[in-house]
Design a binder for this molecule. Structure first.
Ligand code: GLN
Length: 188
C-alpha cells in the first residue's frame, strides 16, 4: 500500500511519521509529475488552506487531484485539508469542493483557537484531539457519516472515500485515526 502526502506546505512531515509507525509506504506529492505515480490513497495535511489551494493551481495539480477524488481515490484531509475538500466554506473560498460538508474556517478564533479535547470517535473510542486554528463542520449532507463531535460541533466525518478531521491526530502519539483510514477506507 502506498500513500501520497501533499507536501507543498504545512504539517506533512507529521503524517509521514504516523505512516512510518504503521508500516505503510508513502511519498511526498510536490509537483504534477508526482501524481503519475501509482498510489492507493493520499493525505491533505493541515496548514493554510488558502495557500495550499493557490499552490495547487500554480503547480497545475488542482484539476487532477479533484478528478482522482471524484473517481474514488481515498483521501484523508486534516484541518486545512478538510477545508480544501469542503463543498461550502464559511469565511473562505471553496477549493476542491468534493465533499458535501460546509466548513467554518477559524471557527474557534484566530489567535486563541488552539486547544486539546478528548472525545469519542465512532468505531474507535475516546481519542485525543488537537485543534490548531481549526475549522468545524457547520453542516453535513445526508451521505456524510458524522464520526466525532466536540461541544456539539462536528469535527470528523466521512463520505465514501473521503475522511476529514478538524483536529490533528498526527501531532499526538495516537495512530488510531491513520490506522482507521488505512483499514476502513484504503484497504476496502
Ligand atoms: N486556519 C487554517 C486554514 O484556514 C487551518 C489551520 C490548520 O490546518 N491547522 O486553512
Amino acid at each position: 500500500m502506498t500513500i501520497g502526502i501533499l507536501a507543498l506546505q504545512g504539517a506533512f512531515a507529521e503524517h509521514e511519521q504516523m505512516l512510518e509507525r504503521l508500516g505503510a509506504d508513502y511519498f511526498e506529492i510536490r509537483q504534477k509529475k508526482d501524481l503519475e505515480r501509482d498510489f492507493d490513497a493520499f493525505i491533505l495535511p493541515g496548514g493554510e488552506s488558502t495557500v495550499m489551494g493557490k499552490l495547487l493551481h500554480e503547480l497545475d495539480m488542482f484539476s487532477e487531484i479533484k478528478e482522482k477524488i471524484n473517481a474514488g481515490l481515498p483521501v484523508y484531509g486534516t484541518c486545512a485539508g478538510l477545508i480544501l475538500l469542503a463543498k461550502e466554506v464559511e469565511d473562505g473560498a471553496v477549493q476542491l469542493g468534493t465533499m458535501d460538508i460546509c466548513a467554518k474556517r477559524n471557527a474557534y478564533g484566530r489567535q486563541l483557537g488552539s486547544f486539546v479535547a478528548e472525545e469519542e470517535f465512532k468505531g474507535i473510542g475516546k481519542i485525543p484531539m488537537n485543534f490548531i486554528r481549526a475549522p468545524y463542520i457547520a453542516k453535513a449532507g445526508e451521505n456524510v457519516e458524522v464520526l466525532a463531535k466536540v461541544d456539539g460541533k462536528i469535527v470528523a466525518a466521512r463520505q465514501g472515500n473521503q475522511l476529514v478531521t478538524a483536529f490533528h491526530p498526527e501531532v499526538t502519539d495516537d495512530v488510531r485515526i491513520h490506522q482507521y483510514f488505512l483499514e476502513q477506507i484504503v484497504n476496502k
